[in-house]
Ligand binder design. Structure first.
Ligand SMILES: NC(=O)c1ccc[n+]([C@@H]2O[C@H](COP(=O)([O-])OP(=O)(O)OC[C@H]3O[C@@H](n4cnc5c(N)ncnc54)[C@H](O)[C@@H]3O)[C@@H](O)[C@H]2O)c1
Length: 336
């Protein structure tokens, strides 16, 4: 099997997880370089024998002889780093969001168009989760009839709230940070375009978040141009663990994914009732999806096929996330 020479930028909460996959689990990848602005994070990957490490992204792009780069830096750095890599002839996998403004997204789209020989994939990993893939196959086969309502909850565990409170100022807010996954799924399952968005939320548990334009829980209602609806709740304060749940209603059938966010099949029957252990956080719930999405990206390079989550999906989700942010800030319905 061909090994692709991969570099990674960002070795934080998610980057370290992606780096471990690339180093130890994915046969198609040869992790040859890593970059972080935090030197201690580089020391951790040096212990794996990875000596080619950088604190400057441009230096890595220029000097590491990469075929592909995996971008897991802070959201505000993605667009610039995507463009720099592709202009240097390197395939790109980037974490979401693709850009934090529409201008950034348009620049990335243009860059991807300019380099048809290079692959670009966005990290919408839920599309690579077995349950979501099965749901998509049912929807595409017409088993639900025409889907008209998408409902979802994405709630990070309260146990990791301290990490979020530190990360919140550069998160882009709940819509760009978290709801982009739900928005992407709504667009993926329902098809078509969003016409208008209404969004509300607040710092119900952590009022200090409101001072920086953020929220610990927020909701949005999306109306699609063909009349279909999407309703979503995102939060950072789930008391029982990590919960991502999705429902899709069709003319014929409804489907539901992860109504109870069970970590495994263990159930304890005692005086408190029937107890189920929950996923602790996203690396557990979506472990296989994070793995599958990178394998799919590398296979697109090897087999010259088109990634299923690309630049147009990145722009479409950012557009809706920015409209939700504006609705949340103004209290108005925002027409797209
Ligand atoms: N797909 C998902 O479910 C999911 C989950 C978590 C995070 N993310 C995304 O992944 C990205 C990283 O999130 P995180 O939680 O790991 O963040 P983090 O703050 O824990 O880590 C950020 C990392 O990026 C590096 N970095 C930042 N700017 C850089 C620059 N200009 N040059 C080089 N390195 C730079 C930092 O050194 C650090 O290693 C974010 O964009 C986030 O939206 C996606």
């Amino acid at each position: 099997m061909k090994n692709i020479r991969v570099g990674i930028v960002g070795l934080g909460r998610l980057g370290y997880h992606h780096a471990q996959d690339l180093m130890f689990r994915i046969p198609q990848a040869e992790l040859v370089a890593a970059c972080s602005v935090i030197p201690e994070e580089l020391e951790k990957v040096r212990t794996w024998g990875l000596e080619n490490v950088y604190t400057d992204y441009s230096e890595m792009i220029k000097n590491a002889n990469l075929e592909a780069v995996v971008i897991v830096s802070s959201s505000g750095a993605h667009a610039e780093q995507i463009i720099e890599a592709m202009d240097a002839g390197i395939h790109v996998f980037s974490e979401k969001p693709m850009g934090v403004t529409l201008e950034e997204c348009e620049k990335v789209e243009k860059c991807v168009e300019l380099h048809p020989d290079l692959k670009f994939q966005l990290g919408f990993m839920r599309r690579f989760d077995a349950s979501y893939m099965a749901a998509k196959a049912k929807v595409d086969a017409g088993e639900l009839g025409k889907p008209f309502l998408f409902k979802s909850t994405s709630n990070d565990p309260l146990a990791t709230i301290d990490g979020f409170l530190g990360y919140a100022p550069h998160s882009g807010g709940p819509w760009l940070d978290m709801a982009v996954h739900d928005i992407d799924l709504a667009l993926w399952f329902l098809g078509g375009e969003v016409e208008s968005v209404y969004a509300i939320g607040g710092g119900y548990l952590y009022p200090e978040l409101e001072k920086i334009g953020c929220a610990d829980n927020a909701c949005a209602l999306l109306k699609f141009k063909d009349g279909a609806m999407a309703q979503m709740h995102v939060g950072y304060s789930s008391p029982h663990g990590y919960q991502v749940e999705t429902e899709i209603f069709g003319e014929g059938e409804n489907i539901r994914i992860s109504a109870v966010p069970a970590k495994n099949r263990l159930q304890t029957y005692n005086r408190e009732g029937v107890l189920v252990e929950c996923d602790e956080s996203w690396p557990y719930r979506f472990n296989e999806a994070f793995f599958n999405e990178k394998v799919a990206f590398l296979n697109c390079i090897i087999n010259d096929t088109i990634p299923i989550a690309g630049a147009k999906d990145g722009t479409a989700t950012t557009k809706v996330a920015l409209a939700a942010t504006k609705a949340f800030e103004t209290g108005e319905v925002v027409h797209i």
